[in-house]
Design a binder for this molecule. Structure first.
Ligand SMILES: O=C(O)C(=O)C[C@]1(C(=O)O)C=C[C@@H](O)C=C1
Length: 282
């Protein structure tokens, strides 16, 4: 089985993919869009992408492509502890850092540390923490630094100059397995933390109480929502879709006619799947 992941090697997403698909062929992708396209084109069976972080919140590119890519299902979620370190080429001068590179999520999760200690040093977004580490290792003649994990430091031969620079100790990222199939994902080696369903809902034309109507579909059925997040449709200010998580198993008739009721409200609804949440090691 081929699995796409946000690469290159030693990205946090790869660390998640290795635990989710031990022994399978992992195919690194330059960015999150490429992961979705690889699944959509059938180049791979599944992909692992980051969805949300406990410090910085949702990875907006993932949410956007969940909405935009037709026929995508979520097969599972996986929660992994995240530790960011600041690293440089061993021969570089850590007192004269020229620029700090990393994924925007990693820079944001380490914002206070970087603003306190390296306020004047320019930061630059990269497609992943591992890509930033790889770039720093390929430019030993400049005093560059990357925010990445221990595996990236080892793989790309970088020296960690500051450990655990993420601003909050409890730092976890939620990854999802995306696929065009809806077959259930199982992994006996991972602890199951819970179960939920994901829905993407676009409200009927903007009218007072529209969101209330949508939420009431869940409320009177006593469907517990663990997340509801609005995200711009990019069709103009104030136009949103909502990503909604319903806790627990997606029961039979009761929950299914919730989808019919949402459609009846002209709330465009995509059911992304009923899936388990697994615990990963860092
Ligand atoms: O850049 C990486 O290494 C990734 O796997 C992406 C990502 C993310 O987008 O959230 C994954 C975990 C961390 O939160 C930091 C970055």
């Amino acid at each position: 089985m081929k699995i796409a992941f946000l690469g290159p090697e030693a990205s946090f997403t790869q660390l998640a993919a290795i635990q989710l698909f031990p022994g399978e062929e992992l195919v690194p992708q330059p960015n999150i869009l490429d992961c979705f396209e690889a699944v959509e084109k059938g180049e791979v069976e599944n992909a692992v992408v980051p969805l949300e972080n406990s410090i910085e919140g949702t990875v907006s590119m993932t949410l956007d492509y969940l909405y935009k890519t037709p026929g995508i299902q979520i097969l599972a979620e996986a929660i992994m502890p995240i530790a960011h370190h600041l690293m440089m080429h061993p021969g570089s001068d850590s007192s004269a850092i020229e620029k700090i590179y990393s994924h925007p999520q990693a820079l944001a999760q380490s914002f206070h540390f970087l603003d306190t200690h390296f306020k004047e040093i320019p930061k630059q977004d990269f497609s992943s923490t591992a890509a930033a580490a790889k770039y720093v290792s390929e430019n030993p003649d400049r005093n560059l630094a990357a925010v990445a994990n221990q595996f990236a430091a080892n793989l790309y031969g970088l020296k960690i100059i500051h450990h655990n620079i993420h601003d909050f100790e409890q730092n976890h990222t939620r990854f999802i397995i995306i696929s065009k199939s809806s077959e259930s994902y199982k992994n006996e080696n991972l602890k199951v933390l819970g179960e939920k369903s994901g829905l993407l809902v676009t409200l009927p034309e903007d009218h007072a109480g529209g969101l209330h109507q949508v939420l009431s579909v869940f409320a009177w059925r006593k469907m517990n929502l663990s997340k509801i997040e609005s995200r711009t449709l990019k069709t103009g200010l104030g136009n949103y879709f909502f990503f909604i998580n319903v806790v627990g198993k997606w029961e039979s008739a009761l929950h299914h006619n919730a989808l019919e009721e949402l459609q009846a409200l002209d709330a465009e609804t995509h059911f992304m799947g009923n899936y388990k949440e697994f615990e990963l090691k860092s």
